[in-house]
Design a protein around this ligand. Sequence first.
Ligand code: BTN
Length: 248
Amino acid sequence: MISARLPAPFGLISLDSVGSTNDEARRLAQSGAAADFLVVSAESQSAGRGRRGRAWVSPAGNLHFSLLIRIQSLSSAAQLGFAAAAALVSALSTLLPQGQFQAKWPNDVMAAGRKCAGMLLESAGTDWLVLGIGVNVVAAPPPVGLNHPACALADLGFSGTADDVLAAFCTDFLPLVQAWRGQGFAPVRQAWLNCARGLGQPTVVRLETDTQTGIFAGLDEEGALLLDQGASGFRRILAGDVFFPDAR
Ligand code: BTN
């Protein structure tokens, strides 16, 4: 069971095995028991969810948690996913300086080009964002059917625990949330761009029904990926699987 000592104002509810920590967090919000910066973590998940309807393999030893953040409006809540990704890159880089961590649009974290963490943002009513984060600490998922190669921190020489990762994440996430609440998206966007994978590089985006190519030119206010398609102009990508053929 996770027993991390988290910095104030984070709170922690630590569970053994659940379906999905996002569901547990949403239940708390719906029952009026949510608190700003409350972490709901579980040792393992039997029905962990990823984005786009995918499953998230969640064995004991990896980190699975959902963080409740109070929001004023749903329209800008997705911006917090970029704050979380930038904070996780920063935290992991502190724990494992040789890890070559980068944020990959929209909310993945990569280690030397392999995915080691992902995020699933969901809302609970209009007041709460549920920020679900999974980090492969000890084990990567089996390589079948993955869009991108995956790895675990242990593969890179990390000998710490899920507790260590959670505490480091919370420490680096707090100032970004405070900056976001005070100044809006600009500081978060800059923090994310500073550690983004593939910025300025040729990019392939696989959408539901087609594939688009261009140069990854940045992020707009809503967190859409801006794809520079030359003479065709800029295309905003709100959802899709992104690949950087030239990235290392
Ligand atoms: C992705 O990369 O597709 C997102 C993965 C999100 C996984 C985390 S683990 C904690 C939380 N609970 C879930 O069911 N999903 C998220």
